[in-house]
Write a new protein. Structure first.
Length: 327
């Protein structure tokens, strides 16, 4: 049946009045959540923009170094789960770590992660948010769970010590503990400055970081905090040209680049002794200066990632690469 434009407008207005009356008489629209003191806070992390109305209160950390960030910032009570311990946590964190439920030795399944009922998931490596395992940041967001990826694995270039400061500041701001984060940053800056002063005038040592591997060698590239740590410790990363935080290379290339010192990363089931034996027993490596002189330094893996250990680890590595500074 034909209706004039005026008639249609009148019917639409009546319908709107009826809907308004039902809303008024019945359930009221849900109010917007009230922001906590110091919030809202909006941050873009690795391309994901998130606005927080209050600090997250149920957090799962997916890798050791981000767990240690949380514990350093005094946020143990916010943790409802953790996963993937690479090596021993620092003694200062042991008590809080032992009080935190371990969801899995490596990464928990998506279902196990959901069972912890988190409102925030903090990943140290991109693999923490593997889409193939159903844990992508997009999937978590659809489930109402916010997330953060450690900045070392953002796809926007090299990682510097300034990125570590930014990581600590942004996590501190997200959880409403900015003052605590700033105190840590200022202490780290002073430590880095002291190491730099100590190394003034020292000749750089050519360094190969041995992460692991038999047929190929896993090492650090030039895109992670490990590269800057070697440089700040008075070293020269012989694989700075590899465009990743960690990458594989051939043993032939290790020989060609003739490192003067080898930093062995300690973690997992392969022991430091086994890694040293792999280096010392390979005839192809016999003339590599670091192997010939048995010039090895050992660091836990957690020292050489974007976490709270990095500044102290730089100083520790500097003393091992330049023992003459201790005299």
């Amino acid at each position: 049946m034909f209706r004039s434009r005026r008639t249609r407008r009148a019917l639409a207005a009546a319908a709107l009045l009826s809907l308004t009356a039902c809303t008024t008489a019945g359930e009221q629209p849900r109010p917007a959540p009230k922001a906590a003191h110091g919030f809202p806070y909006t941050v873009t992390n690795c391309g994901v923009k998130t606005t927080y109305m209050a600090p997250p209160s149920r957090v799962v950390t997916m890798n050791q170094h981000v767990t240690e960030v949380m514990l350093e910032l005094g946020l143990a009570k916010s943790l409802v789960g953790t996963a993937y311990l690479d090596d021993k946590v620092l003694p200062a964190y042991e008590k809080d770590y032992e009080a935190t439920p371990v969801l899995a030795e490596e990464y928990p399944s998506y279902e196990k992660l959901l069972a912890a009922n988190p409102d925030f998931v903090y990943g140290g490596y991109a693999s923490a948010f593997s889409a193939g395992d159903g844990r992508s940041r997009e999937t978590l967001k659809k489930a109402g769970i916010d997330s953060r990826l450690n900045m070392e694995y953002c796809a926007d270039g090299k990682t510097s010590m300034d990125a570590l400061y930014q990581e600590i500041r942004e996590v501190g701001r997200t959880f409403g503990v900015s003052a605590r984060a700033e105190r840590w940053v200022e202490k780290a800056k002073k430590g880095n400055a002291a190491t730099e002063k100590k190394l003034a005038g020292a000749d750089p040592v050519r360094v190969f970081v041995y992460d692991g591997g038999d047929k190929t060698a896993s090492t650090i590239g030039g895109a992670g905090i490990g590269h800057e740590m070697v440089r700040r410790a008075g070293g020269e990363n012989v694989f700075a040209d590899l465009p990743k935080p960690f990458a594989d290379t051939s043993w032939e290339t290790v020989v060609d680049r003739a490192p003067e010192a080898i930093v062995i990363l300690d973690y997992g089931t392969t022991t430091v002794a086994q890694k040293k034996r792999r280096l010392l027993d390979d005839p192809a490596l016999a003339d590599v200066p670091a192997v010939k002189n048995k010039r090895f330094a050992v660091l836990p893996l957690s020292d050489m990632v974007l976490g709270v250990r990095a500044p102290a680890a730089v100083d520790k590595l500097a003393r091992r690469l330049h023992p003459e500074l201790e005299k």
